[in-house]
Design a protein around this ligand. Structure first.
Ligand SMILES: NC(=O)c1ccc[n+]([C@@H]2O[C@H](COP(=O)([O-])OP(=O)(O)OC[C@H]3O[C@@H](n4cnc5c(N)ncnc54)[C@H](OP(=O)(O)O)[C@@H]3O)[C@@H](O)[C@H]2O)c1
Length: 278
């Protein structure tokens, strides 16, 4: 019998398996909320947790992982280097702090959170990104990280990393949802064997306003969230839905239905932000 989507993996270019649905934790408050949400996700079959230093909840995420009674090797944990840290030593230092807060001896995936500090979006930090990337390659070679990648990187941000080190990121994490087709970034990732992770796959909760998503939910007898998430899976990307409600956490993992090609075309044709960088 075919495995359910929540139990399936993608395989990264280095052979590491990564569960096809990740649990997002942005804006999940540190402490009780993050701890309980991650436990709920793990209890309901998720085996992939996406956090970041900037979310300030690594400690609660780590505690939930520890208390889940699951084996460490059965859970895939991602965290991210803060976007303002653009140096070799800084990256090493931040990684060590993340590891300590998580209470883990290794992480599965470490990402440069963005090519620029969030307070200076669009500014050029090519050299700093190369330095951070070199530190991450070293940590990867030391087996403290099983896969390394980037987030919010355009092809023009990734190319200098490859040119300087010869090391192609395993993952790029970008916003991807109905209305943001990401054709160029997806094509670049596919060409370079970089797994495309879809962040904000529910448009941070706004996807439910789209008439087409609601119409298709009715047609397929599923929820609008399931249409939005299944869309990202059928585009061979890895969605990272976030919720703090158990019913929704369960619902978001039930994606074992198929959206017909003609409906995928309609979803793909929606361009809500035709001029945005991503
Ligand atoms: N790398 C980056 O720069 C970056 C940026 C943004 C996000 N991310 C990652 O991607 C993850 C997801 O993105 P996101 O947090 O922007 O949001 P999202 O997953 O697109 O949407 C989450 C919102 O939808 C609601 N929701 C979830 N499931 C639902 C359902 N079944 N029915 C109705 N409402 C539902 C949630 O509310 P409740 O929680 O109240 O249920 C929340 O308001 C993040 O948590 C983070 O891990 C990464």
């Amino acid at each position: 019998m075919k495995k359910k989507i929540i139990d399936q993996d993608y395989i990264l270019s280095n052979g590491v398996a990564i569960p096809k649905i990740g649990f997002g934790t942005w804006r999940v408050k540190p402490g009780k909320e993050a701890y309980e949400s991650v436990l709920m996700a793990l209890r309901n079959g998720y085996r992939h947790i996406d956090t970041a230093t900037v979310y300030k909840n690594e400690k609660s995420v780590g505690q939930a992982i520890k208390d889940s009674a699951l084996k460490r090797e059965d859970i895939f944990v991602t965290t991210k280097l803060p976007s303002h840290v653009k140096s070799f030593e800084g990256a090493k230092r931040e990684f060590a702090k993340s590891l300590k807060r998580l209470g883990l001896s290794y992480v599965d995936l470490y990402l440069i959170h963005a090519p620029w500090p969030w307070i200076a979006i669009g500014t050029d930090h090519t050299q700093g990104n190369i330095e951070a990337w070199k530190a991450m390659i070293e940590l990867y070679n030391e087996k403290k990280i099983r896969a390394i990648g980037v987030s919010n990187f355009a092809p023009s941000d990734i190319e200098p990393l490859i040119q300087a080190t010869g090391f192609v990121p395993h993952v790029n994490q970008l916003p991807f949802y109905v209305g943001k087709p990401q054709l160029e970034n997806r094509a670049y990732c596919q060409k370079n064997n970089i797994l495309f992770e879809a962040y904000s796959p529910l448009m941070s909760g706004r996807v439910f306003k789209l008439r087409l998503v609601n119409q298709l939910a009715e047609k397929y007898g599923v929820t609008p969230a399931q249409i939005a998430l299944r869309y990202t899976i059928q585009q061979n990307t890895l969605p990272l839905p976030k919720s703090t409600h158990e019913g929704r956490i369960i619902n978001n993992a039930e994606l074992d239905f198929v959206i017909a090609p003609e409906d995928m075309e309609k979803l793909e044709a929606l361009h809500l932000h035709p001029k945005s960088r991503f």
